[in-house]
Every structure is written in C-alpha cells, then in structure tokens.
Design a protein around this ligand. Structure first.
Ligand code: SAH
Length: 206
C-alpha cells in the first residue's frame, strides 16, 4: 500500500493583514536604492535562511521568493520585526518572474526544493533545463547557484543537469555539516538533519 504524506498549511489568521501592510513586498519593481549585489532564494519557505543572511550581510540585497502566500505570511511576520532595508519578498511562482528579475541577480539559492520524484514531473524540479534557461535571464553577470537538499535523487539529477548546461561545480559535499563551510540552516535543514539525514550541498558557476 502506498503511503501518502500531505503537508498542508492552513491560512494563518493574520495572513491578509500581514501581507497588505508589508512595505518590503515587491510587486512590479525592484528598487533597493543602491547598487549592491542581489541574492535570491527561490522557495524561501518560512524565511529563516534569508532573514539571517540579510542580518549578517548588510552590503548584500536579498529577495525571498515564495509561491504560497500562507507560507510567505509566516516569513513576513518574522522579518517585520527587524526593519531591514536589504531584504524584500516576492509572492509568486518563480516561473512568472522573467521580466521582473531580468539581469538583476548575482546568486540564486535553492534550499530544499521540492524533489518531484516522479519522472513525469521532472520538468517541475527547480534545476530542470527549463529553469536553468530561465535563470540565465535573471543573472546579471556570472551565474552562481548554491543548492542544499536532503534528497539524493534530486541532488544527483541537479548535478547532471547543471553540468550538462555548462555549469562548473565549484564546491560539493555529501555531508555539509561535517565540512568547514560557513552555513546558515533552513527550517527543512534542521528538520532533516535532526532525523539523521545528511545534507547535500553544491555551488555551481557558469
Ligand atoms: N527553503 C525552505 C523551504 C523549502 S520547501 C527551507 O529550506 O526550509 C520548498 C518551498 O519552495 C516551498 O515553500 C514551496 O512553496 C516553494 N516553491 C516551490 N516551487 C516554487 C516555485 N516554482 N516558485 C516559488 N516558490 C516555490
């Protein structure tokens, strides 16, 4: 028998109010009022990673992208406490952002992206050829993708896909927490790591 685990988040009570009153939500224009590099996380979830990065690196601008407003609202509520001018949020599917992000981005973070294990869903993986093509339009200059995952299959698919697309793998680990690489944990990362699952990591450049 097949076991199906459904993780669904209810709309938090405060969702609409939090989103409507958010002054760091990007709608149709990106403007940080400086020329600092822009790092984005595609699928930021509840936002711990991007928030801690923004707090630690004031000379880098961050954008957290999340397609589900119920999830993004949780992140926004947290981020609001800090009054940061180097962190903004986009609530949208990254597939819709070609125009908005064109030639703007320096680094893409993919943290614990949905693995889409079925072969017929391979096109939905965020390291599929079609997404790598989309990211080409986002990048300003050099392409840099930094990825972490618990999932062996997604990791090996991504390595192949990136290499085939012309990326060079600059850093690679099958057990990130054993390495001497500075690391900010995401929500999923803590969860999987506590379950004894090793964290896979790569940095790819083109
Ligand atoms: N990065 C977080 C969350 C990982 S779960 C962490 O590591 O804890 C993956 C997240 O990506 C989910 O919140 C999901 O809604 C979001 N996501 C998946 N596909 C997306 C897409 N195409 N565009 C934007 N967000 C996406």
């Amino acid at each position: 028998m097949k076991e199906v685990i459904i993780m669904r988040m209810r709309n938090p009570k405060y969702k609409d109010e939090v989103i409507n009153s958010c002054d760091f939500l990007i709608k149709d224009e990106i403007n940080f009022n400086n020329d600092n590099p822009i790092y984005i996380e595609i699928g930021m979830g509840k936002g711990n990673f991007i928030l801690e990065n923004a707090l630690n690196n004031k000379n880098i601008n961050y954008i957290g992208i999340e397609k589900y407003s119920s999830v993004a609202a949780v992140a926004i509520k947290k981020i609001k406490e800090y009054k940061l001018d180097n962190l903004k949020i986009i609530i949208n599917d990254v597939s819709n952002l070609e125009e908005l992000l064109k030639n703007k981005v320096d680094v893409i973070y993919l943290n614990f992206s949905d693995p889409w294990p079925k072969k017929r869903h391979a096109k939905r993986r965020l390291t599929h050829y079609n997404f790598l093509k989309l990211y080409d339009s986002f990048f300003k200059d050099k392409n840099t993708i930094i990825m972490k995952t618990d999932n062996d299959d997604l990791f090996s698919f991504s390595l192949d896909s990136l290499k085939e697309y012309g990326y060079k793998i600059e850093e690679l680990s099958y057990d990130l927490h054993k390495e001497d690489i500075p690391n900010i944990e995401t929500e999923y990362e803590s969860k999987f790591s506590n379950m004894g699952i090793t964290i896979k990591y790569l940095k790819a450049v083109k």
